[in-house]
Ligand binder design. Structure first.
Ligand SMILES: *Cc1c(COP(=O)(O)O)cnc(C)c1O
Length: 416
């Protein structure tokens, strides 16, 4: 048996990947993410003014940021908080959710942590194999068959807008609340409209790996004036001003410094989303047609933020596992992650909520098994993306030729 001829993907002289004894593609480590921050001069002037005024938290700058964000998102109200996690916890608390809440298993654990902090039970639902977002058909099945559901908590996975309208229809029909973990989605668009309008509330994260950065921070967008009012008390221990808390709150305030950074970052968001799109387009041009590689489908009328650029590797068709690829890329000085593996239903906190008879979560299992998230951020060039994609394919070719020669060796070995 002879090995299939190996296609050449690179016009550069053939040097083996680092995992096969070659030189790493990058001399310095290329991180998977690096925040894009505004110019520091003006920001430092803002910080000086805040220090001189002595108003350090939950003041005028926070209010200005909330207003600017509400204008950008074109929503009636925004409430800034210490994090997306605290925002989700307090929204669920203020809406008075009880019992069970539908949540995808393919998400970051903070989505579901917010439920456990409120004593709510996650109902883990599968995602769509193309978009990797909550599958509305599975959501409907859960609503029809699981008693005691009070809400759906959707996620815009990697910034790809979730099927907001279909979920709103379902929430209306079954009389449940609808929230979104929009941690990845500041700057995303649904049919041209900024993501943030959906359901009862959408909660963004402003932590350093996200699109709009405050250092740490969260932002709730909502059309309900009453919910916004309740949240403003809840983030301040629950105190609405009379020192007699009607709801259990937290200290989940945003500081003035965080708000100043977020305000200065806001005008940069669209440019950064566009930059990520150019990087993603380079990756796609190199990888989309390769056997065994699946990419996230984004509807042409929507805009993802491309918070992450993830592949799903089908190891049988591709010829290598995503783990092997990850370790080979690590040796090239390319940092990757495997978001989200393990998915919730395989984590020790959430295993007990896995009900295979209700939802087997087989799409989630297949996606998380093969997932590999490549570097994408404004500090890297389009050429970097192209070089990473080519190196990834070269690694695959070397793995395949090694496997083929192993097979040859074992076939030639004399039988004893
Ligand atoms: C980052 C992230 C969070 C948590 O955001 P914090 O602001 O760090 O609390 C929640 N959900 C998802 C999907 C995330 O990626």
């Amino acid at each position: 048996m002879t090995a299939a001829p190996l296609p050449l993907f690179s016009k550069r002289p053939l040097s083996p990947p680092a995992a096969f004894g070659g030189v790493p593609l990058f001399a310095e480590r290329l991180p998977i993410v690096r925040p894009a921050l505004p110019d520091s001069t003006e920001l430092l002037a803002d910080y000086s003014r805040l220090l001189e005024a002595g108003k350090l938290t939950n003041g005028e700058t926070v209010r200005r940021f909330e207003q600017a964000a509400a204008r950008y998102l074109d929503v009636p109200d925004c409430v800034a908080l210490s994090s997306c996690t605290s925002g989700l916890i307090l929204v669920e608390r203020c809406l008075g959710l009880v019992g069970r809440v539908i949540v995808p298993s393919f998400t970051f654990f903070a989505t579901a942590h917010s439920l456990l902090w409120n004593g709510l039970e996650p109902v883990l639902v599968d995602c769509d194999p193309a978009t990797w977002n909550l599958d509305p058909a599975r959501v409907r099945r859960a609503l029809e068959s699981v008693p005691g559901i009070s809400a759906i908590l959707g996620v815009h996975v990697f910034g790809n807008p979730a099927p907001v309208e279909e979920l709103e229809t379902l929430a209306g029909r079954f009389g449940v609340r609808l929230l979104f973990d929009a941690a990845h989605a500041f700057g995303a668009r649904r049919e041209g409209r900024p993501v943030g309008f959906g359901g009862d509330a959408e909660v963004f994260s402003l932590s350093p790996t996200k699109l709009l950065v405050a250092g740490e921070g969260g932002l709730v967008a909502t059309r309900h004036a009453e919910l916004a009012r309740a949240l403003r008390a809840a983030r301040n221990y629950g105190d609405s001003g009379d020192y007699d808390c009607p709801v259990l709150g937290l200290n989940a305030r945003m500081t003035e410094f965080q708000a100043a950074l977020a305000l200065a970052s806001l005008p940069l968001v669209d440019r950064h989303v566009e930059r990520r799109h150019r990087l993603a387009a380079r990756y796609e041009a190199c990888l989309a047609a390769e056997p065994g590689i699946a990419l996230q489908s984004i509807r042409p009328q929507d805009r993802s933020t491309r918070k992450d650029f993830s592949l799903v590797i089908d190891e049988t068709r591709f010829g290598a596992t995503s783990r092997l690829l990850q370790s080979a890329l690590d040796q090239e000085n390319i940092q990757t992650r495997r978001y989200f593996d393990p998915p919730l239903h395989r984590q020790q906190l959430y295993r007990r909520f896995y009900r295979p008879e209700q939802d087997r979560l087989s799409t989630t299992a297949a996606i998380s098994r093969g997932v590999l998230s490549l570097p994408i951020h404004p500090h890297m060039s389009e050429q970097d993306a192209e070089r990473i994609a080519h190196r990834l394919l070269e690694i695959r070719n070397w793995i395949q030729s090694e496997t083929a020669s192993d097979t040859r060796r074992s076939e030639n070995r004399p039988l004893t």
